[in-house]
Design a protein around this ligand. Structure first.
Ligand code: F6R
Ligand code: MG
Ligand code: MG
Length: 381
């Protein structure tokens, strides 16, 4: 049976500030989704929450980019926004960038990760959902799950995984993508996806048979709207077991927290903390950035689950380490590298301040020119 798993998420209002979702808003979004299950438009529909974002997890047989399915998500978020507005929640409807739906939610604010596949005899999938960070936060764990044998033993041991995986990488500045096959092109892949401000992994396929393995949302709200409209908190779907990384191999990268862009005002580096559903409420300095993992078994398109996969003492140490990393970074206050470089900040006062001080700058060292960036990294370096 061929099914499509679509995860579409949006921030349609925070409770309180940007830290959580109000239960009435969630209930409304859920209600709209479930009505579509009753009508037979969706096979199944659930909601997940991470911070101030809601994700609709939907199964159906309409394929990816379905106008019907995107329309359902849009309507659910619109109706949820009406509740948000009534309660005067913070930033009510902030991710719905248009008044009208025009066939596809892409480019209209919500984040989308969806994949179509033939349901296996048993189909374990994991939906990751993060708040206070951006889609390139998935670059490091996707590399470790699908290309690093020190993390994913299956790459060496499982004959179905031994040919490696192909990564589709999006250049978020130009909208162009490139496919790189690992292990052969691993170093080229890492050269790109280590530049997290620009490149984001969009999807991953198994080389031996071209099966889809993972898909991430890669919308960048800041680029869509041309002005700050909130951080593009990402979702990701990963298939697990029998020829894909085991559930434990998929989760392993998150046991060692790393630093991602986002956090307060979308303008800071901070550790990505793996948390249970209940702890997905970023409050310290609006963070630190959180990630949840919802595990499902899909049975004839029905979502069996979720299991709250980070609700496990084995991730307690990662949470402790993330707290320590947060303390260390917070010590830097407004100074880089805790604060992002000015061109990476979601909003900045720097151009205004420079304008104001323009006439007050004077020559202190003669004959110096501002660097253009071109003079570094020549071949003779
Ligand atoms: C980051 C985020 C928050 C807000 C911050 C200021 O993604 O959502 O950290 O940026 O709370 O919010 P405003 O500007 O709405 O007061
Ligand atoms: Mg928000
Ligand atoms: Mg958010």
């Amino acid at each position: 049976m061929k099914i499509t798993l679509s995860v579409i998420k949006a921030d349609i209002g925070g409770f309180v500030g940007h830290s959580g979702v109000h239960p009435e808003v969630l209930q409304k979004v859920q209600e709209v989704g479930l009505k579509e299950v009753e009508k037979g438009n969706l096979i199944d529909c659930q909601t997940l929450v991470c911070g101030d974002d809601i994700a609709l997890v939907m199964t159906h047989q309409h394929g990816v980019d379905s106008e019907l399915v995107h329309g359902i998500a849009w309507r659910a978020f619109e109706e949820g926004t009406a509740v948000s507005k009534k309660l005067k929640l913070y930033g009510a409807g902030q991710d719905l960038l248009s008044d009208t739906f025009s066939g596809n939610v892409k480019g209209m604010g919500p984040g989308v990760a969806e994949m179509e596949f033939e349901e296996r005899p048993s189909e374990p999938v994991i939906v990751f959902f993060a708040d206070k960070t951006s889609p390139s936060a998935w670059n490091l764990p996707l590399y470790e799950m699908f290309a690093d044998p020190m993390v994913c033993a299956g790459l060496v041991i499982d004959p179905k995984m031994h040919d490696g995986f192909t990564f589709e990488v999006l250049d978020t500045y130009t909208g162009k993508a490139v496919k790189l096959s690992t292990p052969a092109e691993l170093y080229d892949l890492l050269a790109l996806i280590g530049s997290v401000e620009r490149y984001a992994v969009k999807s991953v396929w198994r080389n031996s048979d071209g099966e889809i393995a993972a898909v991430a949302s890669t919308q960048r709200l800041s680029l869509i709207a041309g002005k700050y409209v909130g951080k593009d908190d990402p979702v990701m779907i990963v298939r697990a077991q029998s020829g894909f990384p085991a559930v434990g191999e998929v989760l392993e990268p998150f046991a060692r927290p790393w630093i991602v862009e986002g956090w307060m005002r979308g303008s800071h580096n901070g550790p990505l903390m793996p948390v249970s559903f209940k702890q997905a409420t970023p409050t310290r300095f609006d963070g630190p950035p959180r990630v949840i993992a919802a595990g499902y078994q899909i049975a004839n398109g029905k979502l069996i689950g979720p299991r709250d996969l980070f609700d496990d003492p084995a991730f307690d140490r990662a949470r402790e380490q993330a707290q320590l990393m947060a303390d260390i970074l917070r010590r830097q206050g407004i100074f880089e590298p805790h604060r992002l470089p000015s061109e990476e900040m979601e909003y900045t006062t720097l151009p205004k301040i420079l304008k104001k001080l323009e006439d007050r700058f004077y020559e202190l060292e003669e004959g110096k020119k501002a660097p253009t960036g071109e003079e570094h990294h020549t071949e003779t370096d």
